[in-house]
Ligand binder design. Structure first.
Ligand SMILES: Nc1ncnc2c1ncn2[C@@H]1O[C@H](COP(=O)(O)OP(=O)(O)OP(=O)(O)O)[C@@H](O)[C@H]1O
Ligand SMILES: [Mg+2]
Length: 303
């Protein structure tokens, strides 16, 4: 996946408002067919970053390239490649779903027959002739995505698409987003919902106070926090065995946590046993994305 050229590239994106740096040198690439999660607590700078990506506000510093077009010099070409929803979809509640889509299709110069295609793609064809005011939040979000699909964008940018949805709505949204990625679309999705990001995204960046603290595949981010947990009879003696072998560790009551792979545990266990340390158990401890997030952000609250 990552061998192709990025569909969207942000380079050292920075936004200063007044004296405050709200977004601070944020860089990332979004590759074709991937779902990239932008995870951060309230006020982290997610929406501000998205506003810069789609040209709603001008970056103080840095560059954005979408489908090879720099948004400063080729703004319209770049925007033709993008569908987005920033915060909530722009829909007219007194109009039906179809009227909304037809209105946007006219603005984009897209054939009105496209409305059925996009409505079908988000599973809203059967509700299209009802007023948007009667829709649930999940349905409005899906219609918003349908609207964003009208121009056949290669990149989709969604600001907190799961926000406020119930568990069934969240699952539908996740399946829709994964389906769009399977069609080859590149999707950038912001969220403060950890579980959501963990399930939905291929890669994730953690943003906090405007800075990216960590980034990588969900699997690698979790694996980078790998540790083995040893439950032993004598922690002090076990600790000196670890020290002799140059293995860094942390103690917690009758347990030791060592930053080693499971594959490297066997010789260590043998050494503990040779030194008369009882080993009750040794098991890998994988930090969840949630623990890692709390670690990275210094424990600021997230859902
Ligand atoms: N136009 C503005 N003027 C001054 N401060 C702003 C402006 N826009 C955003 N901010 C501040 O910048 C910070 C980041 O805001 P932003 O909306 O990007 O965060 P967010 O990550 O989207 O948060 P949330 O999860 O609440 O949507 C906040 O502290 C916000 O108050
Ligand atoms: Mg926001």
């Amino acid at each position: 996946m990552t061998s192709a050229a990025p569909a969207l590239s942000a380079h050292e994106l920075t936004k200063v408002i007044g004296r405050r740096t709200i977004v601070d040198r944020v860089s990332f690439d979004l590759f074709p067919g991937e779902v990239f999660g932008f995870l951060g607590p309230n006020g982290a700078g997610k929406t501000t970053t998205i506003r810069m990506l789609v040209g709603l506000i001008r970056p103080t510093e840095g560059a954005v390239t979408i489908c090879g077009h720099d948004i400063r010099h080729q703004f319209e070409e770049a925007m033709r490649c993008v569908g987005c929803i920033v915060e909530t979809p722009d829909l007219y509640r007194f109009m039906t779903g179809r009227e909304n889509l037809e209105h946007f299709a006219r603005m984009l110069g897209v054939k009105s027959s496209e409305t059925d295609r996009v409505a079908d793609r988000v599973g809203m064809l059967h509700r299209l002739d009802q007023r948007v005011g009667t829709y649930s939040l999940g349905m409005r979000q899906r219609l918003g995505i349908a609207q964003a699909l009208l121009g056949r964008p290669r990149v989709m940018i969604l600001d907190e698409p799961a926000n406020g949805l119930d568990p069934a709505g969240i699952r539908e949204m996740r399946e829709l987003i994964r389906g769009l990625a399977a069609d080859g679309m590149s999707i950038f999705v912001s969220s403060h919902l950890l579980a959501e990001i963990e399930l939905m995204c291929d890669r994730v960046a953690i943003i906090h106070h405007g800075q990216i603290l960590r980034a990588g595949t969900v699997r690698n981010l979790i694996a980078s926090q790998r540790a083995m947990e040893f439950h032993v009879g004598d922690v002090d003696r076990a600790g000196s065995v670890f020290t002799q072998r140059g293995v860094a560790f942390e103690k917690d009551h009758d347990r030791l946590f060592a930053a080693i792979d499971e594959a490297d545990a066997a010789p260590l266990i043998a050494e503990l046993v040779r030194n008369d340390v009882e080993v009750f158990s040794a098991r890998p401890r994988l930090q969840t994305l949630e623990e890692m997030f709390l670690d990275a952000t210094g424990g600021e609250s997230v859902d």
